[in-house]
Design a protein around this ligand. Structure first.
Ligand SMILES: [Zn+2]
Length: 1090
């Protein structure tokens, strides 16, 4: 059943309305008479039997018990005379109401109905902290170690629902493992380096301060910012009720972490997995540095020199030969670029395989003269267009033909069209260096919004070009130096500034070579250096890479050894790991762990050896990685190289933050006591297939040959109730802090406490995206209250419990055995769901159990014997025996999800719970998972089936009672007598047997909560004013009749009985109550609530 409908069902059933939840609700008790001459049972039954109270025995197959009760009815309709009267007395009401009220065992507890979570939860958390419960329980446990390794959230900003979902899922698992006797040590972590933190810090500074900034100053500020954020986030996590080693978290900025990370890098370097290569980055020639995206300011008014140029096609692959051969040798690729200076670095022309291309013949206008734009401000026509003899077949995107006609001032005749993919592997001559280059297929960055639909590809100067270049293994150059001047690789352009004279020189050269169609100014957004306000360029620089190829097979093998939840995730990570290119691990940023490498001043050769790594690792472990900046090269070099220090300079690159967090298995799992490598479990959002799961896998496989985890769980994203992404602009952001403590408007945003949020986490199928919003939270809060009410019922009816009162299992009434059977079944099912991490199933099972099995049935029926059955009676004690088992079991199985509720229950326990080892459990987590009670499950299948039938029959009986009530025949169900007739003889016999139960708990009228039940031998009865029927395939049809109960109403229990009036000293009591009073020796009003 879907959660919503169960909640609706619960609401409709009327359970736990505020009034109802007051556990003082009581009812009546009932007598079970045998009208058979053959059966007599308990003493008071003997009394009624002797007196032949029932005047019309209907043959010797007629049996009767007394009661009312309906599965769906609320006890509003029921008699609650004695309890209510006693309650009034306790509250100072009139004494004369209920002479026997002090003989009623009212529920009593210090456990509040309201959670008052905003206040109470922090008190409980303090209790745990002060008593070091997590640590003590983990140390006491004798099972295997369980290591859930925390993926470090980024130390930037406040926590959102995604953090809450993630950490609470982890906490549920850790707490469950504790109950399962595992040793659990959970070390929380934070990812502290990287650009977003730098940006936050820089934003807080004014321009002057920024100019003064040195790497060390920036690092100091960034570290403070990160540590402050860690503190804030940690406090929020604690408030969620997350149990962790908060005093010893791991921070990627801590010296020991940095040292471990350097060690991982060193191991990879020694194995030959780390190399240096070229990769394009934003580069500022004016400040001679690489820039991050965040350090760029886009100038809207930048004007570039854009050109249309042509490259002569020289060779056709077989696929395009028949299409294009006839145009050789006058066929050209037409390209457009806003950076002509990148032309010397051209390595290919890229086309989009999904676009259609045309062979466009350029023709003079009809009057024989080219109508070209005026040279000058608007642009400059290339020489090639001015030459009238030259035949030109240009390949351009079909869609752009009209635009290009007007742009170039030419008429175009489309001679042929073909798909982009047909152009792959055509070859052309590079217009500057004369080398033959290929046509390649690029991605969707090639479009028809501008240009020609063919893209001049210079992998050293553009990200898309770089990716395409890597795909085709293109040989490419980036012939520009740090100051933005062409290098010798650019031939005749060497020494020219690419943003000034170098650019013009390239354009002139192309024109001279008859390769320029048109040059024109082009205004567009262009990235500027935020410090110098000068244009930047995109330029390949040397970067450090981890060669994934070197250990890809091992990584793929390791992935297959891991248990992935959900299981389909394995395909995702496999395809990512098999498809990924080498990992660029260097960044040109100060806020990170330095790549500890030295470069030879002259040869530029990097120096990274086991000795240098070990030496630097020790320095970092001691002083932190700031040392890289404030120590000299000489100090940073190991002994062996110290004499040569002047020949070396230290590198300035730092490591990609994914290398930081990806080393956590080495820095934490392998270093901290109490943790294991590989971890039992990693659990993060599904985006981490690309991130942490993968970076951790790569570093671990590269150095240890195996995955750092045995299992990986992924969860989806948190969306609003409509399934929309949360955003400030939409105003649909749900803030975990507001859920817990409430918002400004306490009515719309009440403070629900952490447990309601945790209950929500348990209720969702987190393998996909999950929803949350005010409506869902209200449902969760309702469910929480119901569970709290369930626990309160248990506590309050055990206020006088003593272990020695326990009734032996074999002696329990069937209904009690059945209750234990159900309890054991749900505990097993809940355990399975914890083991498979399907918490939403637990939520559903517990919800149904609490509402349907307990509140609507077992508790409902039990109230009679608990309240008026007599304090020391067998039926009350057998019921309490069952309730104790429920309390202990339920409190432990809900504890991982609702630790505060569970602990609150435990702290209000009215008795000491002694564990198997003789110790007293002072905190709920000192309990263990309920031990298996195999015999509880060993009830005969027949008994289980028949009790199932009785429960369904009970609903049908309730419907008939409801009709009788509507027809004013009865008020409460205790006013009724029920007749039953079964067509199936075996069913009839079983019903008769229920009536002959040798205890007061199994009698049918108790189960139905009516005053009497009579089994008759025909499907009709003259007294029955209302009737109905029930049938199922195994029991056949059962006829139900309802009449008014016989006899008078007992003052104490409100059951009707023909015995009322028979006892001289107690003329208003029924036989059962008479015998209870007799045993109890009435005391002055002692009963009370709370
Ligand atoms: Zn009574």
């Amino acid at each position: 059943m879907e959660a919503g409908s169960l909640l609706r069902f619960a609401a409709a059933s009327g359970r736990f309305t505020p009034g109802e939840a007051k556990l003082a609700a009581s009812q009546a008790s009932f007598l079970c008479h045998s009208y058979s001459h053959r059966y007599t049972w308990l003493p008071f039954f003997q009394i009624c039997s002797k007196k032949r109270a029932f005047p019309r025995p209907i043959g010797n197959r007629s049996f009767c018990t007394d009661s009312t009760g309906d599965f769906f009815s609320t006890s509003k309709r029921r008699s609650r005379g004695p309890v209510m009267a006693a309650k009034k007395v306790a509250e100072g009401g009139k004494k004369e109401e209920g002479k026997y009220k002090h003989t009623v065992d009212l529920p009593k507890t210090t456990f509040g109905l309201r959670a008052n979570a905003v206040v109470r939860e922090p008190e409980l958390q303090k209790l745990w902290e002060e008593n070091q419960v997590l640590k003590r329980v983990s140390e006491r446990n004798t099972g295997d170690r369980f290591t859930l390794h925390d993926g470090p959230p980024y130390a930037n900003g406040d926590l959102h629902m995604g953090h809450a979902l993630n950490k609470i899922l982890k906490d549920i698992i850790n707490r469950y493992k504790l109950l399962q006797n595992h040793k659990v040590s959970y070390v929380p972590g934070w990812d502290c380096h990287g650009l977003p933190i730098e940006q936050k810090v820089l934003k807080l500074m004014d321009e002057e301060a920024r100019k003064e900034l040195t790497p060390l100053k920036l690092r100091k500020k960034a570290a403070k910012f990160a540590r402050d954020t860690v503190k804030n986030q940690m406090n929020s996590f604690k408030r969620f009720g997350i149990w962790a080693d908060w005093d010893n978290p791991y921070l990627t900025l801590s010296p020991e972490y940095e040292a471990a990370q350097v060690e991982v890098l060193g191991q990879m370097a020694v194995k030959g997995y780390i190399y240096r290569g070229l990769k394009p980055v934003h580069w500022s020639p004016s400040s001679v540095t690489a820039l991050a995206e965040a350090e760029l300011e886009y100038n809207e008014n930048h004007v570039s020199k854009s050109i249309y140029a042509i490259f002569k096609v020289t060779a056709l692959p077989p696929a395009s030969t028949p299409l294009l051969e006839e145009f050789l040798p006058d066929i050209y690729l037409a390209i457009w670029t806003t950076t002509p200076w990148t032309m010397p670095a051209n390595a290919a022309v890229a086309v989009n395989p999904r676009l259609t291309y045309a062979v466009a013949e350029l023709l003079p206008n009809s009057d024989g003269t080219a109508e070209v734009p005026v040279d000058g401000k608007k642009g400059k026509i290339g020489n090639v267009l001015k030459s009238e003899e030259k035949k030109l077949y240009l390949i351009v995107a079909s869609e752009l033909v009209p635009k290009l006609e007007s742009k170039w001032g030419m008429k175009i005749s489309v001679r042929r069209t073909l798909s982009g993919s047909a152009l792959e592997h055509c070859r052309y001559i590079h217009p500057i260096n004369g080398i033959e280059c290929p046509v390649v297929l690029g991605g969707d960055y090639i479009n028809t919004e501008s240009g020609t639909g063919l893209v001049h590809t210079a992998p050293g100067h553009g990200q898309d070009d770089y990716v395409t270049g890597m795909k085709y293994g293109l040989k490419w150059i980036s012939p520009v130096d740090d100051e933005g001047r062409f290098t010798h690789e650019a031939g005749q352009f060497q020494g020219l500034n690419v943003l000034q004279d170098g650019n013009s020189a390239v354009v002139s050269y192309l024109d001279a070579q008859l390769s320029l169609l048109l040059e024109e100014p082009y205004k567009h957004k262009y990235p500027y250096d935020w410090r110098t306000d000068k244009p930047t360029i995109f330029r390949a620089t040397e970067q450090w890479f981890a060669s994934v190829d070197g250990f890809r097979d091992a990584a793929l093998e390791a992935i297959k050894q891991v248990k992935w939840v959900p299981s389909k995730a394995v395909n995702r990570i496999l395809s990512m790991a098999s498809g990924r290119s080498d990992w660029c691990i260097s960044r040109q940023r100060p806020w990170g762990v330095p790549i500890p490498v030295f470069y030879h001043v002259e040869s530029k050769e990097p120096l990274i050896t086991q000795e240098t790594i070990d030496h630097i690792k020790n320095i970092f472990a001691d002083k932190g990685s700031d040392a890289w900046w404030y120590m000299s090269t000489e100090e940073l070099l190991p002994e062996k190289y110290r004499d040569m220090a002047s020949q070396y300079r230290k590198g300035t690159d730092t490591m990609d933050v994914w290398f930081d967090s990806g080393s956590s298995w080495a820095a934490v799992l392998s270093k901290r006591e109490g943790l294991g490598f590989p971890a039992n479990l990693y659990l993060e959002g599904s985006d981490q297939h690309r991130g942490w799961f993968q970076s951790s896998l790569l570093t671990s496989v590269a150095t240890t040959g195996k995955a750092p985890y045995q299992g990986v769980i992924t969860h989806g994203f948190v969306l609003d109730e409509k399934g929309l992404k949360m955003s400030k602009s939409r105003g649909n952001v749900v803030d975990p802090n507001t859920i817990i403590n409430g918002g400004k408007n306490a009515k719309e945003e009440p403070g629900y406490g952490a447990d309601v949020m945790r209950l929500w986490v348990s209720s969702v199928d987190y393998t996909g995206d999950v929803l949350i919003g005010p409506h869902i939270l209200r449902q969760m809060s309702d469910m929480y209250r119901k569970l709290r009410g369930t626990m309160r019922f248990l506590l309050s009816n055990l206020h006088d419990w003593k272990t020695e009162n326990a009734v032996h299992y074999d002696d329990l009434p069937v209904i009690d055995k059945y209750a234990l059977y159900q309890l054991e079944s749900i505990i097993n099912s809940v355990k399975d769901s914890y083991e498979s991490y399907e918490f939403y199933k637990i939520f559903q099972v517990i919800q149904r159990f609490a509402i349907v099995d307990l509140s609507n049935f077992y508790f409902d029926v039990a109230k009679d014997r608990l309240y008026v059955g007599g304090s020391t009676s067998f039926t009350r004690q057998s019921c309490q025996t069952v309730l104790v088992e429920h309390l202990i079991s339920l409190v432990s199985v809900i504890a991982p999800i609702l630790p505060h509720l569970a602990e609150d229950v435990w702290q209000n326990l009215p008795f000491q719970h002694v564990m198997e080892d003789g110790s007293v459990a002072k905190f709920v987590f000192e309990l263990k998972w309920p031990r298996l009670n195999g015999r509880w499950l060993n009830m005969s299948a027949d008994d289980v089936d028949f009790l199932g039938t009785i429960l369904q029959l009970r609903s049908e009986v309730n419907k008939v009672l409801e009709n009788a009530r509507a027809g004013k025949l009865i008020g409460s169900s205790l006013d009724a007598k029920v007749f039953l007739y079964a067509t199936n003889s075996s069913t009839l016999a079983k019903l008769e047997k229920m009536c002959m139960a040798s205890n007061d708990a199994d009698a049918l009228h108790r189960i139905f909560i009516t005053s009497q039940v009579v089994i008759i031998n025909s499907p009709t009865h003259e007294e029955a004013a209302y009737s109905g029927s029930y049938s199922d395939p195994s029991s056949g049809e059962i006829w139900i009749g309802v009449a008014r109960a016989d006899g008078l109403k007992c003052e104490r229990c409100w059951n009707f009985s023909t015995q009322v009036g028979s006892f001289v000293e107690h003329p208003t009591l029924c036989a059962r109550c008479y015998s209870v009073i007799d045993v109890q020796q009435p005391l002055p009003a002692a009963a009370g609530v709370n």
